[in-house]
Design a protein around this ligand. Structure first.
Ligand code: HEM
Length: 417
């Protein structure tokens, strides 16, 4: 998912590869491309060439092959065509410290292990019941405020923001700032100067927080990294990088799954009704929405460290590979009727959380949040409906994480109120 240095990536993909004909389906140009081959060369707007993978087995091969690096800063590649005078700032080692999503082994392994060690049973057991309270409190607030709302700002964004704040030990009062900064970082067209400035703001904020947790530990994950089993092993820059990675990755992704997920359900009322009536269906519904929507739409990217054959293509050393998760998750070789949203789908080995050593570290948390949030919402507001035409819903095709910018909805007031 997004990381604070994600936005330093410039990917001028041809517009037909990101423009959607339907809010839920991958751009049709991707299917045409996949019809030709599972790996294709694509020329970017800056004349660089990348390889786009639309086949499941080819994607798994790339993501589990150590000859592909996640460190797009270590060597020149198509994703970093920045003016010379900005390079120094962009590659600044202190600013990149701790962001293991763009690191390779053994650095990646070291940091990832430390963070996983903080997702303790005790911490998760305390958090999960709390998710229900957080969800219910937001549903209550929506009901109290009337019979209509923007679902993104009233529910989809605040719920995962609050959850990740509690997990990390970040004061929720800081949300307006970190949500705004994240939004700026994730817009593909944010000027690089602004991206770098926002990245510095995020670092400054987190440095202060790390200093506060050093002085006064709490139960959160940041304090755990500072004072726990690995006390003294991480520099402040690393702590800041890890914490900001989790903060950004932890709220935007899940928020968009909830926002776009509800939009998809509203447009498939039979499926919404299934979810509302049958709680047993929740787990498969969550997996199916993850597959169907594939919000990390400019999937994981990797750089070849030597010449590697993938499908029929030879990726040269230094070549950039992008995994097209939305198209892969609609591969008819892997799913019956892949274009259908089918919440009863049983076997669903999708790629929405990636694959290999970087596979999403927060996936259980994301699943837990969706598992609580989606059924609770559709049960609380049985007649939830859009208040604009579906084609008026603003889509996030200009963002690194796909979804909806807002979702205007209404519901009926309870009859006995
Ligand atoms: C990695 C998707 C929620 C933290 C990833 C990757 C994907 C992904 C595709 C792999 C990136 C790559 O290989 O380059 C998602 C989706 C989410 C979600 C779709 C929500 C539905 C979360 C949450 C957290 C989180 C809630 C934080 C608690 C991370 C981290 C990594 C990661 C730290 C990097 C792992 C590594 O490099 O080893 N995610 N994510 N994600 N995700 Fe998530």
């Amino acid at each position: 998912p997004p990381s604070p240095d994600q936005a330093t990536m410039r990917v001028p993909l041809p517009p037909e590869l990101t423009a959607r004909q339907c809010p839920f389906d991958p751009p049709q140009a991707l299917a045409r491309m996949h019809g030709r081959a599972p790996v294709n060369q694509v020329k970017l707007g800056n004349d660089e060439v990348i390889w786009l993978v639309t086949g499941m087995s080819e994607a798994r091969a790339v993501l589990s092959d150590p000859r592909f690096s996640a460190d797009r800063f270590s060597r020149p590649n198509a994703l970093i065509s920045v003016p010379e005078e900005m390079r120094e700032k962009l590659f600044d080692a202190r600013a990149r410290a701790g962001q293991f999503i763009t690191m390779d082994a053994p650095e990646h392994t070291r940091l990832r292990k430390m963070v996983i060690g903080q997702f303790t049973l005790r911490r998760m057991r305390a958090l999960i019941p709390h998710i229900t309270e957080i969800v219910d409190a937001h549903l209550d607030a929506m009901a109290d405020a009337g019979t209509s709302a923007d679902l993104v700002s009233a529910f989809a964004l605040p719920v995962p923001s609050l959850v990740i704040c509690e997990l990390l030990g970040v004061p929720y009062e800081a949300r307006a700032d970190f949500q705004r900064r994240t939004a700026a970082l994730l817009r593909m067209d944010t000027p690089l100067e602004e991206t770098l400035r926002v990245r510095e703001e995020m670092r400054g904020f987190m440095h202060e927080l790390v200093a506060a947790k050093r002085a006064q530990p709490d139960d959160g994950l940041i304090s755990g990294l500072i004072h726990g089993d690995h006390a003294g092993e991480l520099t402040d820059d690393e702590l800041v990088g890890v914490a900001n990675l989790l903060l950004v990755a932890g709220h935007e992704t899940t928020a968009n799954m909830i926002g776009l997920g509800v939009f998809a359900l509203l447009e498939h009322p039979d499926q919404l009704e299934l979810l509302r009536r049958d709680p047993e269906l929740t787990a498969s519904a969550v997996e199916e929405l993850l597959r169907y929507l594939s919000i990390v739409h400019l999937g994981p990217t990797r750089i070849a460290t030597e010449d590697v054959r993938v499908g029929d293509e030879l990726i040269p050393a230094g070549g950039t590979v992008m995994i097209s998760t939305p198209e892969i998750n609609r591969d008819s070789a892997h799913w019956d009727d892949p274009a259908a949203l089918d919440l009863t789908r049983m076997r669903n080995p999708h790629l929405a959380f990636g694959h290999g050593i970087h596979q999403c570290l927060g996936q259980q948390l994301a699943r837990a949040e969706m598992t609580v949030a989606l059924p609770a919402l559709v049960r609380r507001f049985p007649h939830l409906r859009l208040t604009c035409r579906p084609e008026e819903v603003p889509l996030r095709d200009n963002m690194f994480v796909y979804g909806v910018h807002s979702l205007p909805v209404a519901w009926d007031a309870p009859e006995d109120a």
